[in-house]
Ligand binder design. Structure first.
Ligand code: NAD
Length: 538
């Protein structure tokens, strides 16, 4: 593995925390940070210090919101939502298309901030820009298809006219994680706004600045600032105030927190969608092109240093190609450039935090202590950055090891041989999760048929995750403990609406006609029902 030295000197702007460290310097200009953080609704004067995984450079003190601030954010959003819902769909879609262009125009600034806050490789940060631009364009162009009122068959042809409208939920609470700070900041909120909702967003504390820059772009694109409120703070402290006031909650994060949110929403009988964890399998079939599969596995396992909900953590390889695949996969992995820096040449960046590094280290050490072999990687690399960990391939992982069934959320994969495809499907479906899977084969039709047997919300044939993730018309989300509900596609926007049916009865009532007995009415009705069935009516 080749290596990148840590980031070149940060932009300095005086001492970061003069009380505690007179040598620390801010990585970002303080007036720039202030221009972003003013969008946080915070009245209690408290702040939270954030530093970068790149050299632990101090980044900012983020104002914190109290539960009362969260309640005020909902009140403001609720007031603004009424006028927002009254705007035309075309007006809202036009703002989204302006956002699309702003994202592309301001990509360098966005990427810089994503890299500062997360330590990820620049190429991974770019994919966030691309995903968000795709999301904005997709929903802007398909808004009418998903949201326009439409006629459905009435009870009686001609006599009953029925139509379905999509009514916005109201104010949507969006709680997002740190792993895709830009993409997760807006991708779920864009369809909520388009459908006529207001949003109160709580991004993760580590990645507030990126989320706030994204909100600045929303403002510049022409969305009224009041329809997108931002609150900041630890989830356990202000999360309850969000679920207490929202009309709908969209949560992305761990399965443990997802369960808690679902319970809180159930108590209030409000809806929620939950995008949670995974332990995603990749299957390399006996007829696979092993080089293409190895290249896909590098992307599937090590993109974003494995901190990706759809990341591959279990690799099942057919006996017949196992040795050739492993050789190709290991040598490609060893050729990766690691580093914690802003340079485009980094293939795999840093983990986001000490907590992530500790978890990854614990999973690898536990596996090794119980008899797994490290084919490559296996160590933290403090020489490259405080939270950098090598891309790691394990063999001989067994059910008693933590990394067998628990999500690692890091650059670690376990390799397993399989002898038959039935066995591979059974093992892929094992465990609690069901988020993403991938299948490599030269026979794409066979791959698609096998995909249908895998209990995951997305399955990619001859790609690791990008094919489903980037196909915005295709719903994305988890089965089983990987979540509820879907982002992307029709489901991704209709979740933010309630269906309202309006039916108009013409000429005759749905009741016995004047003077007709109930018995006669039942006979007439039965004849009508038989006739409608003969005519093939729904
Ligand atoms: P987490 O659940 O701890 O935190 C995620 C978000 O929830 C953060 O904003 C956090 O502040 C907030 N939060 C934490 N506790 C809360 C509470 N009690 N009430 C309300 N909000 C609370 O998750 P994490 O460990 O930071 O994130 C990584 C996890 O997210 C992984 O398990 C990963 O698989 C999952 N994830 C899933 C997807 C997906 O689309 N399925 C995408 C990204 C990440």
């Amino acid at each position: 593995m080749s290596e990148q030295s840590p980031a070149s000197g940060p932009i300095t702007d005086g001492p970061a925390d003069p009380e505690h460290d007179s040598t620390a310097t801010y990585a970002l200009d303080r007036s720039y940070v202030a221009s972003l953080t003013r969008r946080v609704l915070s009245t209690n004067g408290e702040t939270h210090a954030v530093s970068s995984p790149i050299g632990r450079a101090p980044l900012a003190h983020i104002p914190q919101s109290s539960p009362a601030d969260v309640a005020e954010a909902f009140a403001r959003a609720r007031r603004a939502q009424v006028a927002w819902a009254a705007t035309s769909l075309d007006q809202r879609a036009a703002a989204l298309l302006r956002l699309h262009d702003l994202l592309l125009d301001r990509q360098d600034e966005l990427i810089d901030l994503v890299v500062w806050e997360s330590g990820k490789a620049r190429k991974d940060a770019y994919l966030e820009v691309a995903h968000l631009a795709l999301t904005a364009r997709y929903y802007a162009r398909t808004a009418h298809e998903h949201l326009d009122p439409h006629r459905v068959g009435g009870m009686f042809p001609v006599l009953t006219r029925a139509e379905v409208h999509r009514v916005p939920q109201g104010v949507v609470g969006i709680i997002s994680p740190w792993n895709y700070p830009l993409s997760m900041a807006l991708c779920d909120g864009i369809p909520a706004l388009l459908a006529g909702n207001a949003v109160v967003a709580k991004p993760d504390s580590q990645t507030m600045l990126t989320a706030l820059l994204a909100v600045q772009l929303l403002d510049e694109a022409g969305f009224p600032p009041e329809v997108w409120q931002v609150v900041a703070g630890p989830g356990p402290e202000i999360g309850g105030a969000i679920t207490a006031a929202a009309d709908y909650v969209c949560f992305t994060g761990s399965t443990a927190t997802g369960r808690l949110i679902a319970r809180q929403c159930a108590d209030r009988l409000i809806g929620c969608s939950l995008e949670l964890g995974g332990k995603n399998p990749m299957l390399v079939l006996r007829d696979a092109d092993v080089h293409r599969a190895a290249e896909g596995a590098v992307r599937g396992v090590f993109s974003n240093a494995g901190q990706l909900c759809v990341s591959t953590e279990r690799l099942f390889v057919a006996d017949q190609v196992y040795d050739r695949f492993v050789d190709a996969f290991v040598s490609r992995t060893q050729a990766m450039t690691l580093g914690a820096s802003h340079d485009w040449s980094v293939d795999m960046g840093s983990l986001v935090s000490q907590a992530q590094l500790d978890k990854v280290t614990a999973h690898v050490q536990d596996a090794v202590a119980k008899g797994a072999h490290v084919l490559t990687g296996g160590r933290a690399r403090p020489d490259l950055g405080p939270f950098v960990h090598e891309p790691t391939i394990l063999e001989g992982v067994s059910a008693d090891m933590q990394c067998f069934g628990e999500e690692t959320f890091g650059p670690v994969v376990a390799l397993y041989r399989f002898h038959s495809e039935d066995e591979a499907v059974e093992r892929a479906n094992d465990g609690a999760y069901g988020l993403n899977a991938s299948i490599y084969t030269r026979d794409a039709a066979r791959g698609r048929a096998l995909a249908r047997r895998i209990r995951c919300g997305t399955v990619n044939v001859n790609e690791a995750y990008g094919a489903t993730f980037g196909s915005l018309g295709a719903p994305m989300g988890g089965m089983r403990e990987s979540g509820m509900g879907r982002r992307q596609g029709a489901e991704g926007i209709r979740r933010y609406t309630e269906a309202q049916s309006v039916a108009t009865q013409r000429l005759v009532p749905i009741a016995p006609l004047l003077g007709m007995s109930e018995e006669t009415n039942a006979r007439v009705m039965t004849v009508a029902l038989r006739l409608l069935n003969k005519l093939g009516r729904a």
